[in-house]
Design a protein around this ligand. Structure first.
Ligand code: 5GP
Length: 195
């Protein structure tokens, strides 16, 4: 279904909830959806590529861009800066793409406030939430134990804001969760297209 209304789908949720897995399955199922690559000052993880996973910037580069209004939103997340390039979002919208933004809660709320036509979907871990996230992050093995503690501690603050999103979906099963998110997107697109 074509995106004639510049809809931007924002997917947020605590670290370890499976945002990346849901997004990549969504990209397979919805051919017109395209993820916007964002910027970060975080160091690349093993296997991550500049321009594919993120645009990796130094803090100075990030601050200079922020000053110039380069970002649609930017936020300090788990001690690093992250930001959504305004140009990237606009150029995807111009191409008629359904834009997918996988960003944190502060960013998600700010995108909604920016006047962009945004649909916010918050992914919730199954209960017991914090234990689940901790196990997932340990299994992923991309963060140090200290970083895992920071991320699980921050999860509570993110979950507390879930009701500021248009929809909350529990990622108890990747396929089921992705189907539900897909249905929420399709239903918003039908509504916007007046169907
Ligand atoms: P990670 O370091 O695990 O890749 O990402 C950490 C958090 O930053 C995740 O919640 C991710 O969704 C979020 N994030 C990624 N890009 C952006 C961005 O451009 N803006 C904001 N606000 N958050 C982002």
């Amino acid at each position: 279904m074509k995106n004639k209304n510049g809809l931007v789908v924002v997917i947020s949720g605590p670290s370890g909830v499976g945002k990346g897995s849901v997004s990549s399955l969504l990209r397979k199922e919805l051919p017109d959806i395209e993820e916007c690559i964002t910027c970060t000052t975080r160091k690349p993880r093993e296997g991550e590529k500049d321009g594919k996973d993120y645009f990796f910037l130094t803090r100075e580069e990030f601050e200079a861009r922020r000053k110039n209004g380069f970002f649609l939103e930017s936020a300090l997340v788990h001690g690093n800066l992250y930001g959504t390039p305004r140009d990237e979002v606009e150029s995807l919208i111009k191409k008629g793409k359904l834009v997918l933004l996988e960003i944190d809660v502060q960013g998600g709320i700010n995108v909604k406030r920016s006047g962009v036509n945004a649909l916010g979907v918050f992914l919730m871990p199954p209960e017991p939430a914090l234990e689940y996230l901790e196990k997932r992050l340990e299994k992923r093995g991309t963060e140090t134990p200290g970083e895992i503690r920071t991320r699980t501690k921050n999860a509570l603050g993110e979950i507390a804001r879930k009701n500021e999103y248009d929809a909350v979906v529990t990622n108890d099963d990747l396929r089921r969760c992705t189907e539900e998110v897909k249905e929420i997107i399709m239903s918003r697109l039908r509504e916007l297209n007046g169907e």
